[in-house]
Design a protein around this ligand. Sequence first.
Ligand SMILES: NC(=O)C1=CN([C@@H]2O[C@H](COP(=O)(O)OP(=O)(O)OC[C@H]3O[C@@H](n4cnc5c(N)ncnc54)[C@H](OP(=O)(O)O)[C@@H]3O)[C@@H](O)[C@H]2O)[C@@H](O)CC1
Ligand SMILES: Nc1ncnc2c1ncn2[C@@H]1O[C@H](COP(=O)(O)OP(=O)(O)O)[C@@H](O)[C@H]1O
Ligand SMILES: [Mg+2]
Length: 280
Amino acid sequence: MLKMQQITEEIVRHVIQPRQQESHKGTFGRVMTIGGNTHFGGAIIMSTSAAVYSGAGLVTCATAPQNFVSLHARLPEAMVVDYQDYAAVAALMPQMDCIVIGPGLGTDATALAVLKFVFSRVQPQQNLIIDGSAITLIATHQLALPHAKLIFTPHQMEWQRLSGIKLPQQTPAQNQRVQQQLGADVIVKAHRTEIYLANSSTVWQNPVGSAAMATGGMGDCLTGILAGFLAQFTQNRGQSILAAIYSHSKISDNLAKQQYVTLPTQIITALPHFMAQMAG
Ligand SMILES: NC(=O)C1=CN([C@@H]2O[C@H](COP(=O)(O)OP(=O)(O)OC[C@H]3O[C@@H](n4cnc5c(N)ncnc54)[C@H](OP(=O)(O)O)[C@@H]3O)[C@@H](O)[C@H]2O)[C@@H](O)CC1
Ligand SMILES: Nc1ncnc2c1ncn2[C@@H]1O[C@H](COP(=O)(O)OP(=O)(O)O)[C@@H](O)[C@H]1O
Ligand SMILES: [Mg+2]
């Protein structure tokens, strides 16, 4: 039986705990973000920044080399690697708790090759967040999915491509049917985002967020928050996913009290303050 439930602030407060003092950067997880071709560098910069600002211990960005300087100018905390340097990517991947693939990846032959390589190397215990162009590539080329903890983050059109369910027919029952076939966590992003968690019949709905979020890069930003939360809050995966989604939108709601539009980069900057409030 399908049950609908709304994410609450209580869940977020439960997930975001004060940091353990006897700790170091390795305690808070390693993240790799993969994407950003020569046109969409901003997407992977926002994803990477969100992972750093949400508290991931070590973050490496695999992207087109043309993006290295702009990424470092904004975010010297992140490390970089050329996403086409497969030997280097392969050497780094096993250390990662969470990998994001897709923001700004594009859908050309280079993107497809990078995606296939990552699918061939990801390990079963790793979280793999699949977003944007990577979802479109899987749908277009009918790629087999790897064995890993998969989290899909499609917007409604990307979900239509992946699931075959036309936008007007995207009901919770239809969405859950395909999500169960995929055996993955699926986050269908919309005005009221729905979350279908693997191994649960509950459909979660995000009650916060507004049209102030309707600006390019907002989903790219969410991938980094999800990665940061999954890398450091490891007690309950499902709850960490729900908390990331709620936090992303709630920060926007807070900013939207005084702003007509809230930018992904502003949400990223506000993450540490918001998380301190939730942990207090
Ligand atoms: N700064 C950067 O580098 C940025 C880079 N980006 C990167 O670009 C890549 C392509 O991603 P994409 O989302 O822009 O394009 P695509 O997959 O064609 O989908 C758009 C189509 O779907 C439709 N649509 C229907 N419902 C929808 C919904 N709820 N939400 C959204 N769309 C909805 C929509 O309808 P329409 O707007 O026509 O009404 C349109 O026809 C990806 O890698 C991404 O990471 C972007 O993040 C921007 C900032
Ligand atoms: N009108 C809206 N109300 C609430 N949330 C929205 C609205 N428009 C966009 N969002 C949120 O912004 C994000 C957009 O993601 P996506 O379409 O992948 O953006 P991009 O690919 O440009 O980064 C999602 O989290 C979505 O829920
Ligand atoms: Mg997107």
